[in-house]
Structures are given as structure tokens and as C-alpha cells.
Design a protein around this ligand. Structure first.
Ligand SMILES: *Cc1c(COP(=O)(O)O)cnc(C)c1O
Length: 395
């Protein structure tokens, strides 16, 4: 008999009823240190008092009106995003997947309106993840995601990650856009070197191709800059955002330059819930906190501490960990033992991590975790590694 919940997830036997900062509590009182933060979503920790206040204030005033009318909280969040990024304009969604849908539509409409209706191809890369909709799985193209779900949305050109020659050969007059994550999350915390992102920007400029960055996981302060591409000193034409932007409330966005967005006139796109007052009130508060002058330097300081500790764990447990990867508080432990064993051993030591492809364990903690949380995480991961080494990870 099928479960009342469609069985598409492999869930751990953990059930949390309360959260506070970087900690989660089960009904029986057991506490777990959350170094996954709902997969980079709870950027400011659980039950953050500022976000709870923003949400309850809005909840007491107005929940929903639809995009038939002006939404002040939406305007406020859009203005903040435009003020702090490359973007001239934003569209609000409820998830990363929906942001992918619009990014693809926007790029194609751009070329259609420029009189190049056949310019519809979007180049993507192996190991990427852009969501689970028909466009999202077609964009990623991995067998695991697409098998059985055909016919796929056409127009995606899949290239091996890091293959510069393949990229040179693939860009042609039908290339509407290049779509890439500055740091692959699901793909195993694989960072695109700054030089490569610059090179991609140059190629896009040369061919007039649009550059779409998927910063759903690596954006919103996660790398110590508001958005990861800032490290490379280049800007995209279109950017997908979600996860951390709502601090735990479902919220996504597509940010774009005025030029890239020029095809998206009234009636070309829409969403019932996108830009909802509750989501935007929380999102605006998240933006205010993350863009406060001291916030990102503090993320970098803590990230350096955590990274240094993780390097120590790699040295201490070479049979379990091979290397530390990633930027800021988007870190990966490339494992020599099965990554799922490490995650399970973490459960036994009450520290939550997230597996990724390429045998990596991800650490995506709240950006405002404390020094004490970092020390605790390192102690627990050390014990988890010892369990894996001893072959008793699941006890
Ligand atoms: C999570 C993720 C998505 C999909 O976001 P959802 O909110 O799950 O739809 C897209 N791209 C990247 C890089 C992600 O990490």
C-alpha cells in the first residue's frame, strides 16, 4: 500500500518539532546541530526573532491579495535587490524551480523579440541542478533526473563541466544563453574558478549570448558576498535565486538587467503566489540583515574558522575525508568512505549534514551560527568520522 505521502523521498528517521538558531529539537527533547539549514534555506537560523516579527506583523495585517494589485512588501524587497545587485528588475517566484522556468522563458523571449526566433538553445553543464520541473530536468539532463519523464523540453545543450574546448565548439548563432551555477550544490560543491566565470562572461559578450547564473544555493550571503559571482567581478544578465532569500519562507526570484528582461511585458508571465506579502515581508527583512555592513565580514570570519577545523578533520581521518571544498559557508567534505555513512554517523552524533553527488558531504549552516556552534560541529564531526572509521556509523 502506498504511503499517504507520495514516497519520492528517502527520509532519515528524525522528526523535529522545534528549532532555535542552528539547533533542532525532537519531540522527546533530543537536540541536533543543524549544519544543513534545510539545504541552505534557513540562512539566519531557525525561529530567528527578527524574521518571526516580520512574518507575524505581516500576518496580522494582510496575507494575500494577488498580483492584480500593488504589493508594498514586494516593492520593498524588489527595491532592495535592485539596490544591492547588478539587476534592474525582479520577478518573484516561490521556488528555485520556478525561477529556472522564468529564466529560460526570459532568455528565449529576448531573442524572439530581437528577431532571432530560432535562437533558443541554452547551454548547461554536467553535474548541474536547476530544479525538478520539465525545464529544470531538461536543463540538468542527468539520466537520474530525466529517465522515464520524456519527452523532454527541447533546446538544452549539455556540456561536460570544465571542458573549455567543448564550450568553444558549442556556442553558435542558436545559443540563446549559458546557464550555470557559480558553485554546484547538488553536484558536490564544485566551484567554478573566478577565471572561468570571467571567461564565460567574455564569451557571452563576444557572441551576444545571455549569461544566466543559478545562485539558488550559493547566493544570499552563503559565500561571504551577497552573491557568489561578485567574487569574479563579473555580472550575469539573468540570475535565479531562492532557498536562503526567504530565510525558511518559500520565496524565489529572477533578477535581470533591463535589456535581458525587455521581452517580459505585461501578460507574458505570472504567478498566483509569487511575491506574496508574507514571503516578501520576510525576504525584505532577510535582505536588510544580510546587507548590514558587519554581516558578511562575520560570515567570512566564521567560514575561515570552520574551514580550518575541517582541514584538521581531513588530516586526522584520511580514511574518511579526502579534502575540503567550497567557499564561505558552502563547504563540502570530499569523502573517502561512502558519504552516506558519514551523514548517518552524524545523525548518531546529533549533527546534521547533507549528502551531495561526487561522494561529498555538504555543510550549509545558518550564516549566523555562533563560534560555539562551530566548535560543537567540529567535535561532533570528529566523533562521526571515528565511528565511520570503526565501521559503526549507524549505531
Ligand atoms: C535547490 C536548487 C534549485 C531548485 O530549487 P527548488 O526551490 O527546490 O525548486 C535550483 N537550482 C539550484 C542550484 C538549487 O540548489
Amino acid at each position: 500500500m502506498i504511503s499517504s505521502i507520495l514516497p519520492t523521498y528517502n527520509r532519515a528517521p528524525l522528526s523535529f518539532v522545534k528549532g532555535e538558531g542552528a539547533w533542532l529539537t525532537e519531540a522527546g527533547g533530543e537536540r541536533y546541530l543543524d549544519m544543513g539549514a534545510g539545504i541552505a534555506v534557513n540562512a539566519l537560523g531557525h525561529a530567528n526573532p527578527d524574521l518571526v516579527a516580520a512574518l507575524t506583523e505581516q500576518a496580522n495585517a494582510l496575507w494575500h491579495v494577488s498580483n492584480l494589485y500593488e504589493i508594498p512588501a514586494q516593492r520593498k524587497l524588489a527595491d532592495l535587490l535592485v539596490e544591492h545587485t547588478f539587476a534592474d528588475t525582479c520577478f518573484f517566484t516561490n521556488s528555485g524551480t520556478e525561477s529556472c522556468e522564468l529564466a529560460v522563458k526570459m532568455a528565449r523571449k529576448y531573442w524572439y523579440d530581437k528577431g532571432e526566433p530560432d535562437r533558443t538553445d541554452i547551454i548547461t553543464f554536467s553535474g548541474s541542478f536547476h530544479g525538478r520541473s520539465s525545464a529544470g530536468i531538461a536543463a540538468a539532463g542527468s539520466e537520474k533526473m530525466v529517465k522515464g519523464f520524456g519527452p523532454l523540453l527541447p533546446g538544452f545543450v549539455h556540456l561536460p563541466y570544465g571542458d573549455h574546448e567543448a564550450l568553444s565548439n558549442a556556442i553558435d548563432e542558436n545559443t540563446a544563453a549559458i546557464l550555470i551555477e557559480p558553485i554546484q550544490g547538488e553536484g558536490g560543491i564544485r566551484s567554478l574558478p573566478d577565471q572561468c566565470l570571467k571567461g564565460l562572461r567574455d564569451r557571452c559578450n563576444y557572441h551576444g549570448t545571455l549569461l544566466i547564473l543559478d545562485e539558488v544555493q550559493c547566493g544570499m550571503g552563503r559565500t561571504g558576498r551577497l552573491f557568489a559571482h561578485e567574487w569574479a567581478g563579473v555580472t550575469p544578465d539573468i540570475m535565479m535565486v531562492a532557498k536562503g532569500i526567504g530565510g525558511g519562507f518559500p520565496l524565489g526570484a529572477v533578477l535581470a538587467t533591463a535589456d535581458a528582461a525587455s521581452g517580459m511585458t505585461a501578460g507574458t508571465h505570472g504567478s498566483t503566489y509569487g511575491g506574496n506579502p508574507l514571503a516578501c515581508a520576510v525576504g525584505a527583512r532577510v535582505m536588510e540583515i544580510v546587507t548590514a555592513p558587519d554581516f558578511l565580514p562575520e560570515v567570512l570570519r566564521k567560514a575561515a574558522k570552520l574551514r580550518q577545523g575541517l582541514e584538521g578533520l581531513v588530516a586526522a581521518h584520511p580514511g574518511v575525508f579526502g579534502a575540503v571544498r567550497g567557499e564561505g559557508l558552502m563547504l563540502g567534505l570530499k569523502c573517502n568512505a561512502p558519504n552516506t555513512d558519514v551523514v548517518e554517523a552524524g545523525y548518531a552524533e546529533h549533527v546534521l549534514t547533507v549528502p551531495a553527488a561526487d561522494n561529498v558531504v555538504r555543510l550549509l549552516p545558518p550564516l549566523n551560527l555562533t563560534e560555539g556552534d562551530i566548535a560543537e560541529a567540529l567535535t561532533r564531526l570528529d566523533r562521526a568520522a571515528a565511528r565511520v572509521q570503526a565501521g559503526s556509523h549507524a549505531d
